[in-house]
Design a protein around this ligand. Structure first.
Ligand code: PXG
Length: 285
């Protein structure tokens, strides 16, 4: 039996799961999404993801045509019919099909799509040895143009940065904001360790408020580590003792080189390894 995709309350075979070419999600990237992980058949921090989804939708004046409880049920049902244990869930809300013009008011109903699939992880080697990343010239969207806090279907900013990173031989890329400060990576938040403290850019630096970022800050505080949301520059990255990234897909992954410069001693650091272990425990318990 093949994969089943949820669209507006119905399940379709993957090959028949289709959306109109007039949907403004396709025509203009007009819509919002979430990427979630499930562990042992249970979605990690589903409520937090739904909160963020609803806020993203509100920010673009898109009304999600169901309640959070209904969405919770739909997500869990979709995971169940697809027999997903450790997997990936993609939630997409599009503006709906409309006319060939920007006006969102001329669109039909928003389309609700839920895909529950398996997940392709970074190779284990990346977690053991750590990633090498580069700072790319593509800056993060100016918050006054399109706030990075909105997880919108318009991801070209991140994709262009990703392409730049890949052309430099890296699977992730560090993005700065319009002030030249450290923001985040293309699909991951960034953390530094310096003098035993955990540092990460504040939301004001123009980043997505990652669910994994929140979880890691909580875990660190529980472990008695001082956590500071602080404006960071590339200088801070270069002099850091440790560096790691967080995201639903990547979880916690060490970074050992940025712009060909070694971070710390060039190996994943002790706090990174400790927080990786704590995060695994949190998700697998
Ligand atoms: N920054 C950006 C720009 C992201 O897109 C994160 C940080 C990490 O946030 P979470 O909430 O996941 O800790 C993201 C998340 C995908 C995919 O399929 C992308 C993300 C997450 C999961 C899957 O590309 N981005």
């Amino acid at each position: 039996m093949g994969l089943k995709v949820y669209i507006n309350g119905q399940l379709y075979d993957k090959a028949d799961a289709k959306i109109s070419v007039y949907d403004h999600g396709l025509l203009y990237g007009d819509g919002v999404f979430e990427g979630l992980r499930s562990y042992g058949g249970k979605v990690f921090r589903l409520r937090e993801h739904l909160d963020r989804l609803w806020k993203s939708a509100k920010a673009i004046c898109l009304k999600i045509p169901m309640t959070m409880d209904e969405m919770t049920q739909a997500v869990n049902d979709t995971i169940k019919v697809n027999n997903i244990q450790d997997g990936y869930v993609r939630l997409v809300i599009t503006r709906g099909s409309g006319t060939l013009g920007l006006d969102p008011n001329r669109c039909s109903d928003p389309q609700v799509i839920i895909i529950a699939d398996s997940i392709t992880l970074y190779p284990a080697e990346f977690y053991e040895k750590g990633l090498q990343i580069v700072t790319v010239s593509t800056i993060r969207n100016h918050p006054a143009a399109l706030s990075p806090r909105i997880k919108s279907l318009n991801y070209l900013n991140n994709i262009l940065a990703k392409i730049e990173g890949m052309q430099a031989g890296c699977v992730e890329a560090l993005m700065l904001n319009h002030n030249g400060e450290v923001a985040e990576c293309t699909g991951d938040n960034i953390f530094l360790v310096r003098d035993g403290e955990l540092l990460t850019p504040p939301v004001d630096s123009g980043i997505l408020e990652g669910i994994t970022r929140d979880a890691v800050m909580e875990l660190a505080r529980e472990a008695g580590i001082t956590v500071k949301e602080k404006t960071l520059t590339r200088h801070d990255v270069y002099i850091a003792d440790e560096c790691f990234l967080t995201g639903s897909a990547a979880e916690v992954i060490p970074v050992v080189k940025v712009d060909t410069r070694e971070i710390g001693d060039g190996n994943p650091g002790p706090m990174t390894l400790d927080l990786t272990r704590r995060f695994r425990e949190l998700t697998r318990r």
